[in-house]
Design a protein around this ligand. Structure first.
Ligand code: UD1
Length: 366
């Protein structure tokens, strides 16, 4: 059986790593890794392949940059050619980035089966490009691998066949536990920005890259002002996404010196920081889940989340862009008054094994 594993943007790499490891141990699965090239900087891509132990991609489409339409079109054209030559039995797409959407459409139009990992998540906010990617991908997928109960419910509400939906847990949490173990055995002094941790026993970590937060000058200025106030209480470190850096520069935004701005970090260097942070302030989807898995307080700078279990069971809370909410929450966290949370069902490091078993069963039955 021949599988294509698709990865394109930074948050995809930690999701394919554990699946590739499990597929490596399955003699009846032959898989190829397709990197669309959506993310292309060394520190947004190659460093993750190295650290997460993912082998070199079998195909690289080099389709990064440009508008959404240009990027999606480039990925689709390149991927179609590969599918024509290789004819895989199954294309596995993860998450909600443009590469997920592009490759699922190409595969389905060629009558190739599509499995969506992280299916069923919905923010119900169509202003988010990711919401469109999630909805379109789920509308044509054959197999749905779900990370939380709400995903299951959303897919059933949309009329999907319940036999095609599998609640397996979260491959990204498989990766987190695997890398955490490796980090324990590592010499941390070699990791970038470990010095920040040594300098400040208590600190917070920031990430910000959603177009709704960083593309508009007034919004980005106001968020950075709030973060500068937070940094008066708690030093912050902020590995800055290329999109956010470009906008900060063009809007001439100069944040407080108490915010340490650094280049995007590798998985290990970043994990080494956030796992011991007092608080994480973010608009990332994945980080909301990873902080919940380790019980770190997370303030999400968004009005909604497609990952509601991180709020109902985990350590996450939605702030919107409200200065007051962020400062009140910070006070609660600093006074040890934040909720404790619990790790959601099936976030146990075994999601990739469940996925491989289901794929084998599904295809053996045919
Ligand atoms: C993409 C995903 C988003 C994900 C995020 C993680 C979509 C619609 N969005 O957003 O869901 O949370 O990745 O990072 O797929 N750039 C570089 N170097 C790189 C990568 C990007 O300079 O290695 C630049 C691009 O040229 C572009 C900007 O950053 O100007 C945005 O990149 P893009 O891949 O379009 O979207 P992200 O904002 O990264």
């Amino acid at each position: 059986m021949k599988i294509f594993l698709i990865a394109g943007a930074r948050p995809n790499f930690m999701k394919i790593a554990p699946m590739a490891r499990v597929f490596d141990a399955c003699p009846d699965i032959e898989y190829k890794i397709i990197h669309t090239g959506q993310h292309y900087d060394h520190n947004m891509s190659d460093v993750f392949f190295q650290e997460l132990g993912i082998r070199k991609p079998d195909f690289h489409l080099g389709a990064g940059g440009g508008s959404h339409a240009q990027q999606t079109a480039k990925i689709m054209t390149g991927f179609e050619e590969i599918c024509q030559g290789e004819r895989p039995d199954l294309v596995v797409v993860v998450g909600d980035v443009n590469s997920t959407l592009a490759c699922s459409i190409v595969a389905k139009k060629m009558n190739i089966q599509v499995a969506h990992v992280e299916a069923g998540l919905r923010s119900f906010d169509l202003r988010m490009p990711e919401e469109i990617n999630r909805m379109v991908t789920d509308s044509i997928s054959d197999l749905f691998f779900v990370t939380e109960e709400k995903g299951l419910e959303n897919l059933l509400n949309e009329g999907k066949d319940k036999n095609a939906i599998h609640f397996v847990g979260h491959v990204m949490i498989d990766n987190l536990f695997y890398q955490l173990k490796k980090l324990e055995d590592m010499e941390r002094n070699d990791l970038p920005e470990n010095g920040f941790k040594l300098e400040f026993p208590e600190y917070g970590v920031v990430t910000l890259h959603r177009p709704s937060n960083v593309d508009d000058k007034t919004t980005l200025t106001s968020i950075m002002e709030t973060l500068s106030t937070v940094a008066d209480t708690l030093p912050l470190i902020f590995p800055i996404h290329p999109r956010t850096r470009k906008n900060m520069e063009s809007y001439s935004i100069v944040p407080s010196k108490k915010i340490r701005l650094v280049e995007p970090l590798s998985y290990m260097a970043f994990l080494n920081l956030w796992k011991d942070a007092r608080v994480v302030l973010t608009d990332s989807g994945g980080l909301q889940e990873e902080t919940t898995a380790l019980g770190i307080p997370c303030l999400t700078i968004r009005e909604n989340t497609e990952r509601p279990i991180t709020v109902s069971e985990g350590t996450n809370a939605l702030m919107g862009t409200s200065r007051q909410k962020i400062l009140d929450s910070l006070e609660r966290i600093m006074n040890n008054g934040w909720k404790i949370g619990q790790r959601p069902r099936f976030w146990d490091g075994k999601a990739s094994e469940r996925i491989a078993d289901i794929i084998k069963r599904t295809f053996n039955d045919r």
